[in-house]
Write a protein that binds this ligand. Sequence first.
Ligand code: UDP
Length: 346
Amino acid sequence: MTVPQGKGMSSAAGGRRKRVLVTGGAGYIGSHVVRQLGEQGYEVLVYDNLSTGNDWAVLMGELVVGDLADSDQLRTVMDNFRPDAVIHFAAFIEVGESVRNPLKYFRNNSANALNLLESCRKCGVGALIFSSTAAVYGIPRENPVCEEAPLAPINPYGASKAMTERFLADLAFADDGFRYVSLRYFNVASADPQGRIGQAYRNPTHLITRALKTALGLFPRLEIFGTDYPTPDGTCVRDYIHVEDLAAAHLAALSHLFGGGSSDVFNCGYGQGYSVREVVKAVKEVTGIDFPVVESPRREGDPPVLIAANEKILRGLSWRPLYDDLRLIIQGAWDWEKTYLEKMRN
Ligand code: UDP
């Protein structure tokens, strides 16, 4: 596949395009990053087992179907592709499921990350971007929460990601030839503005997606999980970030490492929180559909409030949010949900 030539993708030495291996690049966030990498002129190889990803979502570069548990295949792929950097997305992401099945999360999100790091070191890959999460903070003492806050996850999902952050920090400390950036995502939503890719989970659990699918009549009602939290309206508060802005943060982190920047950790959010009730109200306004909503007990593993302090990423990376507007985020997600429904029907 031919990708447009972008700026800043050639190595100083040979002028060849920088190569980036993206694990989980067929998934929701990964596919947006892959598309932006291709648009910027990087050479991209996606390594994905398609357990939750989709081959049609890989719009740029090449897709190799493989599992991180398969060290031999991973090693062969890396030896052949010789990446300059790795971006690591491949992981499970559901808080509730992680509480019910913790070993599944530690196996895939932590143990398989070790496989990847070992392969990186054997193949001489010295730069890695890691898809981490605000769930590493658990219930932060302060909101907005900054990167220096203690890591105290309250569910196995957050713990599995915090563990991988620890692997990265210790490896970078031990090995001068290895640098990384961990990006701690807050709540990611919306879709490619051109409607080519978006969230396509078989069993979506995220609030905005569930609400939109309820508006489309795919679920009979939306449940609000917990109305007795210590928040202004009793429901959980989250910081919703547009997937395009989040994807751009990965490219900014990559430029940081290619430019000789040191290992670091950055929150990815807008610094503003919305309650579940506020999101539901906004979804009803954007869609113009008054779908049924019921109040249900709390979901296990949910912290009451998670809002990003984002001064560090604004200062440390060349990144500026372009889609910082809840209604814009929901509108993009709504456009995508309608497109996706058509796609599934055809
Ligand atoms: N939530 C809800 N109903 C749903 C899905 C989510 O009330 O159908 C709540 C959830 O309990 C949490 C917030 O919405 O308080 C955001 O959850 P989501 O799963 O979207 O993201 P998370 O914060 O778990 O990463």
